[in-house]
Structure formats: C-alpha cells, structure tokens
Design a protein around this ligand. Structure first.
Ligand SMILES: CC(C)(COP(=O)(O)OP(=O)(O)OC[C@H]1O[C@@H](n2cnc3c(N)ncnc32)[C@H](O)[C@@H]1OP(=O)(O)O)[C@@H](O)C(=O)NCCC(=O)NCCS
Length: 169
C-alpha cells in the first residue's frame, strides 16, 4: 500500500537519501534543498511516497519562469526519485498523479519536465515545442515536455528559464 503525503521537516534527511540513491549522485538532493530555501518552493507540492511508514519516493514541483511577451511562473517537475529497491512498482506514477491533482486544485496552468518520453507521455505530457515552449537546454525535442492543465491559456509560450537553484544539476 502506497501512501502519498506532503513532506514535513523530519522527512528531509530521508528525502535526500532517496534522491542520492536514485540518481547515484548528490546533485538532486542538493537541488531539493536549494529550492526549499528559495521563493520558488511550494510546500504542498513536495510529496513523499511511503510504504509502511517508510519514505521510498519523493517528487517536487516548484516555480520556474516562462519568458515570452510576459514572464509567467509555471510549474517545473524536478526531481522525481524512487528508492532503487522500490522502483517499477508504480510509486513514480502514483507520485506524479498525486502532484498533478494538487496542481489542478491550485489552478496552475502548465507543468514542465525534462525526462523520459516513454514515462511521461502516459500522463499527457507532450514535447514543449507543440505548445510553442522552448527549452533552455540543447536537448532532443521529445525529452523536454509540458502538460497543460485546465487553467492553460495560449499565452503560456516562450522560453523556459530555470532559477539559480538549478545551476548545480
Ligand atoms: C524514473 C523513476 C522515477 C520511475 O519511478 P518508478 O516507481 O520506478 O516507476 P513506476 O513503477 O511508477 O512506473 C514504471 C514505468 O517507469 C518507467 N521507468 C522506470 N524506470 C525507468 C528508467 N530507468 N528509464 C526509463 N523509464 C523508466 C517505465 O516507463 C516504466 O513503465 P514500464 O515498466 O511499463 O515500461 C525511478 O525509476 C527513478 O527514481 N529513477 C532514477 C531517478 C530518475 O531517473 N529520475 C528522473 C525521472 S525523469
């Protein structure tokens, strides 16, 4: 049984461990800590997945900039990590679904992610170019994806700019 809930302060250490184990490096754990310290942090959208009260997964959505005719704040999904011993059991999918539901209730417009197309397209993510949204990274078009939410409007286009917290990843 997977339980998804918001992170609390006592979770910070195990969240860092899960990120470090999942990615095989400390950059993503540090990214989480940097975002928490910044004004882009959204406490309701830092979620943990628990199995028998043990944290085995974590997802963070935070505000990033979409710079077009105006600069709009949109949700960036990063990082997503599942403890290696618990991968491929539906935990990553459960975390994304829970996060997207919260994003809808917050009336957010769009979620942006850099990741595996095979994994993210099942949630309705599409290459960002489809929506006139440009990646700041020189990556293949299909790995930089967006999912428009119910509040999406056509004004959400332009180039994505990540805040300084992301410089280390
Ligand atoms: C990617 C990750 C978050 C997925 O979480 P998970 O709980 O293992 O995945 P779920 O069981 O919910 O979903 C399974 C699907 O995830 C995808 N997936 C899992 N691991 C994957 C990997 N290493 N590469 C590509 N796709 C992967 C597959 O599409 C899989 O579906 P399939 O088995 O039908 O092909 C997890 O494997 C992880 O933490 N990996 C290391 C960190 C990482 O790469 N994070 C970046 C995510 S963009």
């Amino acid at each position: 049984m997977i339980n998804i809930r918001c992170e609390t302060l006592p979770d910070y250490t195990v969240i860092a461990e899960v990120n470090t184990l999942a990615f095989g490096q400390e950059n993503e754990a540090k990214l989480v800590e940097e975002i928490r310290r910044s004004d882009r942090y959204i406490p309701k959208l830092s979620l943990v997945a628990e199995i028998e009260n043990f944290v085995v997964g974590h997802i963070l959505f935070s505000y990033i900039d979409l710079v077009g005719e105006e600069t709009l704040q949109v949700l960036g999904l990063a990082p997503l990590a599942v403890h290696p011993k618990f991968q491929r059991q539906g935990i990553g999918i459960a975390l994304i679904k829970a996060g997207l539901e919260i994003a809808e209730t917050k009336k957010e417009a769009i979620v942006i992610v850099l990741g595996y197309p095979h994994f993210y397209t099942r949630f309705g993510f599409q290459p960002s170019v489809v929506y006139g949204i440009e990646s700041p990274f020189p990556v293949p078009e299909d790995v930089f994806m967006v999912k428009p939410l119910q509040s999406y409007q056509k004004k959400y286009k332009g180039k994505v700019v990540y805040p300084a917290a992301f410089n280390g990843v």
